[in-house]
Write a protein that binds this ligand. Sequence first.
Ligand SMILES: Cc1cc2nc3c(=O)[nH]c(=O)nc-3n(C[C@H](O)[C@H](O)[C@H](O)COP(=O)(O)O)c2cc1C
Length: 178
Amino acid sequence: MTATTSNELPPTAPARSRRMTAEEIRHALSHFATGVTVVTSLDEEGEPVGTTASAVSSLSLDPPLVLVCLARTSATLAALRSHRAFAINVLASAQREVSGHFARSGNAASWAEIAHRSSHGGLPLLDGAVATLECELERCVDGGDHEIVVGRLRELEVAVGDLEPLLHFRGAYASLAA
Ligand SMILES: Cc1cc2nc3c(=O)[nH]c(=O)nc-3n(C[C@H](O)[C@H](O)[C@H](O)COP(=O)(O)O)c2cc1C
């Protein structure tokens, strides 16, 4: 019998996963209820960019790290990679339209009708968000057709009062009360 170290798994038969379609995977994972965020940054011309993202998670408290998974094709991913900083705006239940707006790629998501301000570090922050997390880009890790963007928290802001968050479940928006 071969000894294994504590963080090593014992050898197993090669995994044989059945073929599954993107549709099946999306459908199964849509049952994992999430919040909705808009990840913002600045492009190479200094113009604000943003994308709606629900694949967001806390990662570490010490050091303070969070992660966001973005499609390799994302214009926002390209911008934050070059700007080396981004903000995660956690949307409120009243911001469904904002979510839909930033689900359009690149310049299609115009900022003219979006209420926003600049952080001290110059990042675009959305007015009306439940919370905003400003991050410095720590690293990008390969995640198949997505990249796992790891950010180090530099600034936090939480809305006062009892703003309800926007939720996403089974492909539709939801709220805590529903
Ligand atoms: C509720 C919701 C959640 C989404 N979550 C993600 C996500 O976590 N990662 C991602 O890459 N795209 C996600 N998208 C899709 C992007 O918002 C969309 O592809 C957008 O057009 C990308 O914009 P960009 O190319 O300007 O970055 C989500 C869309 C919606 C409506």
